[in-house]
Design a protein around this ligand. Structure first.
Ligand code: BEZ
Length: 253
């Protein structure tokens, strides 16, 4: 679905991305982009990693379902299309499909995998890093409790992937898994937890009147502080990344 309630704040998002200079470096290392390759960046956001891949001499296409993200990419001369990743329209066109920190925002993992498999050339690689089971579970449960305690319905916008199920799903679509690992990472948040919540947790507040948003975040922070903020006052996000490399393998191989 193209995001109709496109509530991303691009300026804040960009600031956070810049405060995490290592974000995406592991996935990029696994991608090993070669000049001249055609690479699809699935859920490209505002294009920081797409731009990096492009600067390595690759022909990139970024897709995202957020019109604001697409506009931000276009303003930095990145080749992009507004597209829902469940409805990819590509046929054996790409040497690699790359996805960083996006798949856990997408409902319908199997439709995405099917489209990825079809988009890849034979021998093409799918390199992804996303939220795995347990990803930001302390942040998520604190937000849900804070919203419910205030008397509203709470729904998480995140679809974290299970290692075993996802491997089976990839292989059932002809993507042979070279590795799939869950990696817990306590990521320091140099700009604090509030900046992170304001950028990524706005969807928890859909049912909450605007004037109560700040109160809900205060309450959620109180719940997560003992587990995510250390004695020096440094906040951390309790990420559990799922890191995947799979190769499109012809059915007869
Ligand atoms: C992540 O990168 O794992 C993530 C980012 C924002 C919200 C949830 C998860």
């Amino acid at each position: 679905m193209i995001e109709k309630r496109d509530s991303w704040d691009i300026e804040k998002y960009q600031k956070l991305v810049n405060s995490l200079p290592k974000a995406g470096t592991i996935a990029l290392t696994f991608l090993q982009p070669n000049a001249g390759e055609k690479i699809l960046d699935l859920g490209c956001g505002e294009g920081t990693l797409t731009e990096k891949i492009q600067s390595m001499g690759c022909h990139t296409l970024g897709i995202d379902s957020s019109p604001k993200m697409i506009k931000a990419c276009a303003s930095r001369n990145i080749n992009v299309q507004l597209m829902d990743a469940r409805f990819l329209k590509f046929d054996e066109e790409f040497d690699a499909v790359f996805s960083h920190a996006s798949l856990h925002w997408m409902n319908g993992a199997e439709m995405v995998v099917k489209g990825v498999a079809k988009a890849l050339k034979n021998g093409g690689r799918f390199i992804a890093e996303c939220g795995g089971i347990g990803n930001v579970s302390i942040i998520e449960s604190s937000l849900i409790n804070a919203v419910i305690n205030a008397g509203f319905d709470a729904h998480s916008p995140w679809y974290n992937l299970d290692e075993t199920d996802y491997k089976a799903m990839l292989e059932s679509h002809g993507l042979k898994v070279e590795f799939i690992h869950l990696i817990p990472i306590m990521e320091p948040l140099r700009n604090g937890i509030r900046a992170w919540l304001e950028i990524f947790a706005h969807q928890f507040l859909i049912a909450v009147p605007h004037e109560m948003h700040s109160h809900i975040f205060d309450e959620a922070e109180k719940l997560m502080r003992p587990l995510l903020c250390n004695e020096e006052g440094m906040w951390h996000a309790d990420y559990v990344r799922l890191s995947v490399k799979a190769i499109k393998t012809p059915v007869s191989a």
